[in-house]
Write a protein that binds this ligand. Structure first.
Ligand code: AMP
Length: 405
């Protein structure tokens, strides 16, 4: 599809409601040419931080009001152009967009057309916070380079292989179908990348291994991956279900919502905000950063200790559940901010699971590093691994594969 064989660069855009993260990668060798972030879009205190890695330049910052996503992308384009990496470059093959919700329909990276955009728009009711920002990002990029392929890479796509019995909620089918209520799962780009990298670490093909992936960032999700295909994941209709997260509750009895509505006089929006923004670790102890929680535990703080224990207990339950779903497990892989850095979380999540073949070697677990690595002792039947995620590289890889096919 690419006219120019020298066009090997992909710009990856991740548009949030008030932020725009980007990376420019060269798929000829996977090199990162530039990375950056625009935050607080629409506020007086907007900030653009741009690092031109290709030229070895240092980070540049602009702190002035950036009114909207169009202005943000224009500012990013100007920064890239200043480094000779402008969006008008013939070396740019595609722009890859992270799109959070692709529903049941988008199972693969997809070339953006008007019809595709309309479909992403129809999914706004199930992703009200994310899809509108993603659509804005795509439209803005299209306006800047109308001739360039824009590729949507969906957070939900990897999970579309879930069998129907894992994707269905046990509620009235007609109601569920009329309102798109089913389990979609998120962080799919990360789960796909990490499950493949875990197979690589074991020296196997992804089709030969069963992996439990634990993506533990500020948002957190687990997935059960059989032979390279997702068979279950912990997030559902929205990213609220499943593990305890930085600010989200994860699993709760749905009746908590009716109880708060009827007896605490809380509105739907208030309960939505409670469960998404004031729950999880921050709700339990006032902090959502695992570093701060560990520091408080070291000082003897009981609330921080309880928050940690609730977090780990849920994590352990999901490891057990996905062990049962898979029947045989070759590896458990920890990834994202907490998974890659918080050795005490990894140790506690696996503690006591020796009968399942799971153990962590204290020394290996304490070591730090950027590379994928095993932290289980040699005797353990199941490998436990730390596998750094790289969602931008995965989006660029998928987008490039599509346009260069
Ligand atoms: P992410 O969403 O993947 O960027 O992860 C962000 C979270 O990772 C933060 O909120 C922290 O809780 C956690 N994190 C980052 N670095 C560390 C670290 N060195 N130790 C423990 N937790 C960390």
């Amino acid at each position: 599809m690419t006219a120019n064989a020298n066009a090997t660069r992909v710009l990856v855009l991740n548009s949030g409601s008030s932020s725009l993260k980007y990376q420019l990668l060269d798929m000829a060798d996977g090199a990162r040419l530039a990375v950056g972030l625009v935050e607080r879009i629409g506020e007086d205190t907007s900030r653009l931080a741009h690092t031109p890695l290709a030229t070895g330049g240092t980070k540049r910052e602009i702190t002035e009001r950036i009114a909207d996503h169009t202005a943000a992308l224009n500012a990013v384009a100007a920064e890239l152009a200043a480094d000779g990496l402008g969006l008008d470059s013939p070396e740019l093959a595609a722009i890859g967009h992270r799109v959070v919700h692709g529903g049941s329909e988008f199972t693969e990276p997809t070339l953006v057309t008007d019809e595709v955009l309309a479909h992403i728009e129809r999914l706004v009711p199930v992703a009200p916070l994310h899809n509108p920002a993603n659509i804005t990002g795509i439209r803005t990029a299209q306006a800047l380079r109308p001739d360039l392929p824009q590729v949507a890479v969906f957070d939900t796509a990897f999970h579309t292989t879930m069998p129907e019995h894992a994707a269905r909620y046990a509620i009235d089918t007609a109601t569920a179908d009329a309102h798109m209520v089913r389990r979609y799962g998120f962080h799919g780009t990360s789960h796909a990348y990490v499950s493949r990298e875990t197979a690589k670490l074991l020296g196997k093909d992804p089709s030969e291994v069963n992996v439990i992936v634990l993506h533990l960032g500020n948002g957190a999700s687990a997935s059960a991956v059989r032979g390279g295909r997702c068979v279950d994941t912990s997030m559902g209709l929205t990213p609220l279900e499943g593990l305890v997260m930085g600010t989200r509750s994860g699993d709760i009895d749905p009746a908590v919502i009716f109880h708060l509505s009827r007896n605490a006089g809380m509105s739907t929006d208030e309960i939505d905000s409670l469960l998404n923004k004031k729950s999880g670790l921050i709700g339990l102890c006032g902090d959502n950063d695992m570093r701060e929680i560990r520091r408080r535990i070291d000082e003897g703080d009981e609330r921080a200790k309880l928050a940690f224990d609730v977090y780990v207990h849920r994590l352990k339950k999901y490891i057990g559940a996905y062990y049962a779903v898979l029947g045989k497990v070759d590896a458990v892989a920890f990834t994202a901010g907490v998974g890659e850095n918080a050795a005490p979380v990894r140790e506690a999540a696996v503690a006591g699971l020796e009968e399942l073949g799971l153990a962590v070697d204290a020394e290996l677990n304490a070591q730090r590093g950027d590379a994928a690595r095993l932290i289980s002792p040699e005797y353990a039947r199941v490998a436990v691994a730390v596998v750094p995620t790289d969602e931008e590289l995965e989006i660029a890889t998928q987008a490039y594969a599509l346009v260069s096919a």
